[in-house]
Design a binder for this molecule. Sequence first.
Ligand code: FEO
Length: 406
Amino acid sequence: MPNCATRIIDEVYWVGVNDHETPCFEGLWALPKGMSYNAYLVRGKEKTALIELTKTTYTDEFIGRVEEIVPLSEVDYIIHNHMEPDHTGAIPAVYKLCPGAEILCTAKAKTFLDQFYGEGERVTAVKDGDSIDLGGRTLKFLSYPWLHWPDTMFTYLVEDKVLFSCDAFGGYGAVDEALFDDQMDLESYWPEARRYLGTIVASYLQHVVKAIDKWVKGGMGIDVLCPSHGPVYRQNPMAIISRYQEWAKNDKKAKVVMIVGSMWGNTHKMGEVVHRRLEEKGIEVKYFDAASAEPGAILGEMLNAGGIVFGAPTYDANIYPKLEYYLMLFKSKKKNGYPVGVFTQNSWNVSVLPKMEAYLKDMKAEIIQPEVVGHGAPNQEVTEALRQLADNLAARITDPCVCSPA
Ligand code: FEO
């Protein structure tokens, strides 16, 4: 079991690292089950290639893992499928230990490597379809931009049909208890894979769909799928590919994600009215408290959601900050074009609706009427307005031809 170099097939090894220390990936997304930074060593009859490295803080552990198989000085190629520092932070130490190795990545990644590490000159850029021969084993490079940066490529071990897919088909969670798909309970793992897709690749979901189409049209099989995060799929690579395909299609369902902030509970009382009414209308509701929610869980639930509700008290004449964070996040993650319900509070004669509407305009949201303003605990009039909002949102989601009455 990892943590040690682990054979995948003959002369192909996992040489990655498991991280149980970092609280949040990218400083944003919680890691309750840790994170793996997978790297792989491939040996042909003549040459050895190292695919991906690891983040800076695990450099020594990573070097030790590779050297369980081969001294770094004997590595002939270092292949970067993608430049983000979770895969390249070990560059300064590793490059010093293998001065003769040829470094391969896309032209875009070469630019990034120069910017981050000043190592552009040492790097050879490869193009889509280029390959190298390790001696009876061919590594082919395939451009798959935006999975998750514009620099990304896949590396494919042709003779053995092993695909090193970088961030694509990855997930949160360390793999030190089980590295392979046939050793783990995948049903309990899928939410972490879905949360990973919803956070890391959320802005580029259409590229995931296109990438899978491109791969299928290319006609190359996959016997083993080796992502850069999460388990290695040697039993059934299609298990994760088909799930990514379904999640990334982002088909809208009769489901609403509600994010509600509240300081003293009254805005949650408003949220409960909407929540209850939506469920009465047959809508699945995922309700999150903006003060305590994990943002990744919210973005994971947004895959396949058909609508959104934001509820916020006014705070210092502004939007309650923990709710405003989600307005910023959804704008950043391009959660565009959704029907959105809004309610807020206004006890000091200051309305934050215009500020909320400005975010929603950027998100090209279809604001469902009425936008409800409460004054503390919801009275009868506010309660009726909230029910009307829920009714209109439910109608809009279940029948796109129904227009929301003003
Ligand atoms: Fe795992 Fe986009 O880096």
